[in-house]
Design a protein around this ligand. Structure first.
Ligand SMILES: [Zn+2]
Length: 483
């Protein structure tokens, strides 16, 4: 199904649409159209009396050109509805109309609201589904869903911007949802190359020989068992008039499939490991969205691609290699591979002259144990930089929670045979991952590590997200850089 978004600023009674969706809560202001106002008052009364719980469909007031008016309650509480509740109600209202064949839906968002970007996102993002391999989905391909937002005129440009951002979010979701037999290393490199070409960015790929020359042995070790060689891809954006000397490096983990390697994972849910490249998809697609705004700051995106498979050439537990920065690493567990590829990415960010690094990685199951499936962990070495990411998180609803990096925990990565072990003990696995990465952060560089193992992928539908990839990180990075 094709989706078109538009905005409408004319009088309501002249609007031609299948369904006019009106969201109300206890704080609903008077509507300028008296017909709508009297309907809204009736509905609000029923909401307060507990008669109405979710939605109410009205027939068309005489003289109006829309098919029907539907009220959706966003709150039965005294307090105003939360942003999440409004997002979910918007998603729910479109699904309601779609299921009845009303494919031209108009949503009244007549109030000034700082969260308008999130409401636009919710409407468009909630329509995403990954069904291209289902034969039954082919029947719907000629249909178009039109989502029309009735907003103040000043929001028209914002809607256009958000449509572009969501396109990038949904591209990230496609990359993650595609199975690893399709979205292999070559596929990811080509996706990055296409974005670089379309966005006029400098594109570099370091192939196996280049990685060997530079001593990027983390990537080489992890990718040794895959039939396609590992590589590192960089996209660079240099502004015409930079505001300062900052150089933001976005770094993404790109394990196109993580079997665990020789330390193989259990079979249950291993299929979700096709999404172990969600970090690289997020930084790639965020880069695509953000450079459209031509920000006055230098930005690079580094993606470390490898496939972690058991093979006669694969790395073994007990192997020791020397990382790019000269530290020796003991591979205790081949399933703790994300930190190994990122160690090269961090080193490379330093070579590019990064002043700020934000890495995005589906790094540890321990982070999911700590924070659940919907909140990412964030760690780092600079409060100011971390706080900027936390602010972007608040604005977008892509939730982060800060974890500490206590330096006395570093001893859990000690090993008698090398400078550092690639896993710690049983406890604090997300923190151990962060402490490992910290060893490879270039000097005098502000660094934040975002562990998205939980929110990158959801086996169940939740909120505005269909099951599968969420595109987590794209909107967060977009907000971080465009502000
Ligand atoms: Zn792993």
């Amino acid at each position: 199904m094709k989706i078109i978004s538009s905005s409408y600023v004319g009088p309501l009674h002249q609007l031609r649409t299948d369904a006019l969706v009106v969201l109300i809560d206890n704080d609903t202001p008077l509507f300028t159209e008296s017909k709508l106002d009297s309907m809204a008052k009736e509905v609000t009364k029923d909401v307060k009396d507990g008669i109405l719980s979710s939605e109410r469909v009205y027939s068309v007031p005489s003289g109006w050109k829309c098919g029907r008016v539907i009220f959706f309650c966003t709150s039965l509480q005294k307090n105003n509805a939360s942003v999440e509740k409004i997002e979910n109600t918007i998603a729910q209202s479109i699904a309601y109309c779609k299921s009845r064949g009303w494919l031209d839906v108009s949503i009244l968002l007549n109030r000034d609201n700082e969260n308008m970007p999130r409401f636009f996102d919710a409407a468009i993002m909630s329509q995403y589904s990954f069904v291209r391999y289902k034969s039954s989905s082919k029947k719907n391909t000629d249909k178009t869903l039109k989502i029309n937002f009735i907003v103040e005129k000043k929001y028209s440009a914002l809607l256009k911007e958000r449509v572009e951002v969501v396109e990038s979010v949904n591209l990230a979701r496609n990359l993650v949802n595609e199975p690893a037999n399709v979205a292999d290393i070559d596929y990811m490199v080509n996706a990055a190359k296409k974005i670089a070409k379309d966005s006029k960015l400098k594109f570099t790929v370091l192939n196996k020989a280049e990685l060997e020359k530079r001593g990027y042995n983390g990537l080489l070790t992890v990718g040794a068992g895959g039939h396609i060689s590992p590589c590192m891809v960089t996209l660079e954006y240099i502004p015409a008039k930079p505001k300062n000397k900052d150089h933001i490096c976005l770094l993404g983990k790109g394990i196109v499939f993580d079997s665990g390697g020789i330390s193989i994972k259990p079979a249950a849910d291993m299929w979700t490991m096709k999404g172990d490249m969600a970090g690289s998809a997020a930084v790639l697609c965020a880069m695509q969205a953000v450079v459209k705004r031509k920000p006055p700051v230098r930005i690079s995106a580094i993606m470390c691609f490898a496939e972690n498979l058991p093979d006669s050439k694969a790395a073994r537990p007990g192997d020791i290699f020397t990382a790019a920065n000269g530290k020796t690493v003991h591979v205790d567990n081949t399933d703790a591979e994300g930190r190994l590829v990122l160690s090269d990415g961090l080193f490379h960010a330093g070579k590019l002259g990064a002043t700020h690094i934000a890495d995005f990685a589906t790094l540890t199951g321990a982070c999911v144990v700590a924070l659940g499936e919907r909140i990412a962990g964030i760690m780092g070495n600079d409060d100011g930089w971390i706080n900027k990411l936390l602010d972007a998180s608040d604005a977008t609803g892509e939730r982060l929670w800060r974890l500490p990096l206590p330096q006395d925990y570093r001893t859990s990565l000690d090993t008698p045979v090398a400078d550092i072990n690639n896993v710690g003990g049983r406890w604090g696995g997300a923190i151990n991952g962060g402490l490992f990465l910290q060893e490879f952060v270039p000097e005098n560089t502000k660094w934040a590590h975002v562990d998205i193992a939980g929110p990158a992928f959801s086996q169940k539908k939740w909120g505005i997200y269909s099951e599968g990839a969420t595109g987590f990180g794209v909107r967060l990075i977009y907000n971080l850089i465009s502000n």
